[in-house]
Write a protein that binds this ligand. Structure first.
Ligand SMILES: [Zn+2]
Length: 89
C-alpha cells in the first residue's frame, strides 16, 4: 500500500455511516458513480481501491465478462458454453 496522503479536510459520516469520496480522490482512483470499490483494512484505517474484476475460474484480468455479479474471462466463458452445448446435444 502506498504512503498515506491527506485529502485536506475531514468529513462526517452521515446517519447511515456513509461518506462522500472527494472528487480529487475519485479522479486519482479512476472511479465514478456505479463503479465497484474494494475496501481493505490496515491498522485502524480503511483503504479504498477501484475493483479490478478477475475471472473466478482462472484469476485472469483480461477480457472479463460479468453475469449476475459473477466475473469470468472470455476464455473460460467459451469453455463453459462449449461444455454446456456438448451436454445438451
Ligand atoms: Zn478465466
Amino acid at each position: 500500500m502506498a504512503e498515506k496522503k491527506t485529502l485536506g479536510k475531514t468529513r462526517k459520516l452521515d446517519s447511515m455511516n456513509r461518506v462522500i469520496i472527494p472528487q480529487e480522490a475519485r479522479q486519482i482512483m479512476g472511479v465514478e458513480s456505479g463503479d465497484d470499490i474494494e475496501m481493505f483494512m490496515q491498522g485502524q484505517g480503511v483503504y479504498l481501491e477501484k475493483e479490478i474484476p478477475f475471472c473466478v475460474f482462472c484469476d485472469s484480468e483480461k477480457d472479463i465478462l460479468e453475469l449476475d455479479g459473477i466475473h469470468f474471462c472470455e476464455s473460460c466463458g467459451l469453455k463453459i458454453a462449449k461444455g454446456y452445448a456438448n451436454r445438451i446435444k
